[in-house]
Design a protein around this ligand. Structure first.
Ligand code: FES
Ligand code: FES
Length: 184
């Protein structure tokens, strides 16, 4: 049994301890916002925050994640109001969107430690691959998100996802309050 906190909720995974965190999140917790790209640490599609640090969840086992605080794209904000999410939409830094959750998590971690990154710092901190090539807009979005985080600019919140928080929680077990002795 591997226990950790996912998006603010205690979760226990009754799975092989060597299971990559990515698969526990996607297959057991139904948190499918975290994407599988390469599975070997190259693409960054699977990026999540582990104790506030952006890490590739395909490279971490659930045993290694034991006792740690995991944040996935679903937990970054409940209403898409995180500055990075707002700026990504405002700058249209999304095409197919497959890479977007991982990029948002990398950018959120960057701005947490450095709310005013320059171009070089952004490029160094965002190792994620984007097959659609949104990189120039991505840099602009992260710079803009920094200005929002520093309260130098505001962006209207991105549209609500069209599903209530309560309904979303029904479909995402890890977002629900844990039951006593509940596995997974
Ligand atoms: S799926 Fe984890 S880095 Fe590509
Ligand atoms: S937007 Fe398509 S892979 Fe990045």
């Amino acid at each position: 049994m591997s226990r950790m906190t996912v998006n603010g909720r205690p979760v226990q995974f009754a799975m092989d301890p060597d299971t990559p965190l990515l698969w526990a999140l996607r297959d057991a917790a139904n948190l499918t916002g975290t994407k599988y790209g390469c599975g070997v640490g190259d693409c960054g599609a699977c990026m999540v925050l582990v104790d506030g640090q952006a890490l590739r969840s395909c490279l971490i086992t659930i045993a290694e994640a034991e006792g740690r605080f995991i944040t996935t794209i679903e937990g970054l904000s409940r209403d898409r109001s995180h500055p990075v999410q707002q700026a990504m939409v405002a700058e249209q830094a999304i095409q197919c969107g497959f890479c977007t959750p991982g990029i948002v998590m990398s950018a959120a971690a960057l701005l947490q430690g450095n709310p005013a990154p320059n171009d070089a710092e952004i490029k160094a901190a965002i190792p994620n691959f984007c097959r659609c090539g949104v990189y120039p807009r991505l840099v602009r979005a992260i710079e803009r998100a920094g200005r929002v985080a520093r309260r130098q600019e505001t962006i209207s919140a991105a549209p609500a996802p069209g599903i209530s928080e309560q309904d979303a929680a029904k479909a995402v077990p890890a977002m629900q309050a844990p039951q006593p002795d509940e596995d997974n």
